[in-house]
Design a protein around this ligand. Structure first.
Ligand code: GLU
Length: 293
C-alpha cells in the first residue's frame, strides 16, 4: 500500500504459520487491510513464528502467496517474529530484574484450573522454569472499535500469566506487545477470539511503558453449520484459482454490500470498490458472521 499522506496509522496482519490461510483469516485480513487503507495508513505483514511445535513447514510462504494472489499490498518487507527473539528475552530479563516477573515451577496439574494462584511468587526459584508476570486486580478497561466496552481483572480472571514458557518459547502475549510497539503499530484489527487476550496485552503495555494501540475485533466466521472455521480444526485453505468470488464473499461476510456483478471485475476494481465503500457500522457488536451469504 502506498502512503498517500502523513497519516500516522500503522496497522498489521500477524498470522501464525500453523496452516494455510482459510476463509476466516481472510476475512480478518480484509477488515484489517481496509481499515488501514481507509485511514491512508501503513499495513504491515508479520509472521508470528514463535511456536515451532504448532507450525507447519511452508505455511508462511503459503500465507504470503495467498495474500499476494488476493491483491493485498503490505508496507515494507514481511517480518518474522522469531527475528525479535533477543529483544523478547531482554524485555523478560528486565522484568525479572525489576521484580515484576518470576520463575514458576508449577505443572498444569499443580495449577488445576484456568486461573493461576501465584503460589511461586515469592519462592525465588532458580533453574529452567516458566516465567510469569505479576498481575494486580485493578480493572483493565478498553473500548473496542466494534465490540464496545470490555474489562477484566487479571489477577482473578487469569492470574499471573506466562511470558516465557518452560520449554524456553516466548509466550504470544509478550511477543505481540513488544513487536507491535517496536513496529510502531497504532491500530490492531484482528479476530474476536483474541478479545480476551487484550487486557493482558494492555497490562503488559502499561508495565513496559508502551502506548496502547486502538483495538477493533472482527467477528468470527462460522461455517453454515455454526462451527468456527479455524486452522486448528483443519478449515480449508482459500482457493488460488478463483480468488475474485472469494474476495467478494469475504466482503459479504463482513456485511458489506458489493453489487452482484462485482466478482466479474478484476481484482483491482474489487479492491477499489471495497476501499471506497468500507463501512463497519453493521458489524458493531457482532461476535460472529456466517460464511455463506
Ligand atoms: N498470531 C495470532 C494468530 O494467528 C494473531 C495475533 C494478533 O493479531 O494479535 O492467531
Amino acid at each position: 500500500m502506498i502512503r498517500t499522506d502523513q497519516s500516522d496509522y500503522v496497522g498489521r496482519f500477524a498470522p501464525s504459520p500453523t496452516g494455510p490461510l482459510h476463509f476466516g483469516s481472510l476475512v480478518a485480513a480484509v477488515a484489517s487491510y481496509l481499515e488501514a487503507c481507509q485511514h491512508d495508513g501503513q499495513w504491515l505483514l508479520r509472521i508470528e513464528d514463535i511456536d515451532p511445535p504448532r507450525q507447519v513447514a511452508g505455511a508462511d510462504l503459503a500465507i504470503i502467496r495467498a495474500l499476494e494472489t488476493y491483491g493485498f499490498e503490505w508496507s515494507g518487507p514481511v517480518t518474522y517474529q522469531s527475528q525479535n527473539r533477543a529483544r523478547h528475552d531482554d524485555v523478560i530479563n528486565t522484568l525479572i530484574a525489576d521484580g515484576l516477573a518470576y520463575s514458576c515451577a508449577c505443572s498444569r496439574s499443580d495449577i488445576g484450573g484456568p486461573v493461576y494462584d501465584g503460589r511461586c511468587r515469592n519462592l525465588q526459584l532458580s533453574g529452567k522454569h516458566a516465567i510469569r508476570i505479576l498481575t494486580g486486580n485493578e480493572s483493565i478497561r478498553f473500548a473496542d472499535g466494534l465490540q464496545g466496552k470490555y474489562s477484566q481483572q487479571l489477577e482473578s480472571a487469569v492470574g499471573d500469566f506466562v511470558i516465557r514458557r518452560r520449554d524456553g518459547l516466548i509466550a504470544y502475549q509478550l511477543a505481540v506487545v513488544v513487536d507491535d510497539f517496536d513496529q510502531g503499530v497504532t491500530h490492531v484489527v484482528r479476530g474476536v477470539d483474541l478479545l480476551d487476550s487484550t487486557p493482558r496485552q494492555i497490562y503488559l503495555q502499561k508495565v513496559l511503558g508502551m502506548p496502547t494501540p486502538a483495538y477493533l475485533h472482527t467477528p468470527l466466521v462460522l461455517a453454515d453449520d455454526q462451527q468456527k472455521l479455524s486452522k486448528m480444526t483443519g478449515a480449508e485453505a482459500i482457493t488460488f484459482t478463483a480468488p475474485r468470488p472469494t474476495l467478494v464473499a469475504a466482503l459479504r461476510a463482513l456485511w458489506q454490500q458489493p453489487p452482484p456483478e462485482l466478482g466479474d471485475n478484476d481484482m483491482h476494481d474489487i479492491w477499489s470498490w471495497a476501499k471506497e465503500n468500507w463501512n463497519t457500522k453493521s458489524l458493531k457488536g457482532k461476535k460472529s458472521v456466517l460464511q455463506g451469504s
